[in-house]
Design a protein around this ligand. Structure first.
Ligand code: SAM
Length: 311
């Protein structure tokens, strides 16, 4: 079984860890994981490249192949590269000299492999990942960055592209499955879903928002369906959708007369119980229907902390 590693950014650690694990579980439900500090290690049938191409919050990733105590004795089972570079990722509380460790590892591997060290354009990067409890050796032959869609028309109330991608991933949909965003606004969630190969359907009761969403989809050559209607329209789509991922209104919209909290309650109560649900709402608007959901808090500014709830 392959072991892969993912080094996460310092921000949103829980969310970032669960995003990586969720993506792996889409394709291999038997994925097992361990994590320490900002390092996640997965045992999974899914290649790290597949996971990294979907994940939003990953800094470095690759295969993990060995651990070491003594840098002068490393002999990792890595296919001999034409050229390579060593990089240290120190996630431990120890102070160490990354460049010294990299030079030492570089010399040992150069002698073993007879390969060139190339700092600027290596065929392979060997990672020395140091945590408080272990020292790992990993490698990657390429740096994978997810391809984010273009947002042609922006709006002050939009959800940012990265967070949107992350919540789509938490819904654990495979390519070809259908996601519905019944409060689609400018279509950020739909854009991310379609960019990862899912079908998506957006609903918004504001015709202006539907128009913006259509233009944003068209700018990417995407074909998601957009319906100008209240969220109740979702009841007519139940048979066709596999997950609901949405960012609910934060205040009373000009066309809505109900409070945001009542809106969330009413909305959740009409949803099919067995469909995966990921909702974003303003902290303080929690409803008991989502008590058992896994929740993450995202601080934005002093009057807005978002909650992401996954059920
Ligand atoms: C927080 S915004 C969504 C922003 C969106 N995630 C984006 O990135 O642009 C909520 C959206 O819900 C829509 N909305 C409010 N009440 C609605 C209702 N009852 N039915 C459908 N849409 C509604 C608003 O028009 C608004 O576009």
């Amino acid at each position: 079984m392959l072991q892969s590693f993912f080094v996460l950014p310092g921000q949103y650690e829980d969310l970032a860890r669960d995003e990586v694990i969720s993506i792996s579980k889409i394709y291999d439900p038997k994925t097992s994981s361990s994590s320490e500090s900002r390092l996640v290690i997965l045992k999974s049938k899914v290649s790290w490249k597949k996971i990294a191409s979907r994940a939003t919050f990953v800094r470095n990733s690759g295969n993990i192949v060995d651990t070491f105590d003594d840098i002068s004795k490393i002999d990792p089972p890595i296919p001999k590269p034409v050229s390579f570079v060593c990089r240290t990722i120190n996630l431990s509380s120890r102070k160490l000299s990354p460049s010294l460790l990299e030079r030492q590892a570089g010399q040992v591997l150069k002698n073993r492999w007879g390969s060139k060290v190339s700092l600027s354009n290596p065929h392979l990067t060997v990672y020395l990942i140091i945590t408080d409890s272990e020292q790992y050796i990993g490698y990657a032959d390429v740096k994978i960055e997810p391809k984010l869609p273009i947002k042609a028309i922006k709006h002050p109330h939009e959800l940012d592209l990265k967070l949107s991608r992350c919540i789509v991933n938490l819904s654990q949909l495979k390519e070809g499955k259908t996601l519905c965003d019944p409060f689609c606004g400018t279509g950020t969630i739909l854009l991310q879903a379609e960019s990862m190969g899912m079908k998506s359907i957006g609903i918004d009761f504001d015709p202006l928002m539907c128009d913006i969403t259509r233009k944003n989809l068209a700018a990417n050559g995407f074909k998601s369906k957009v319906i100008n209607s209240g969220y109740n329209e979702i009841q007519n789509l139940k048979g066709t959708i596999d997950a609901i991922v949405t960012d609910l209104p934060y205040g009373i919209a000009s066309r809505a007369s109900v409070s945001p909290k009542k809106l969330i309650k009413d909305f959740v109560s009409i949803l099919p119980k067995r469909k995966k649900l990921v909702i974003v709402y303003k902290k303080g608007l929690d409803v008991e229907e989502m008590n058992k959901a896994k929740k993450y808090e995202i601080y934005r500014h002093k009057s807005l902390t978002r909650v992401i709830a996954v059920r």
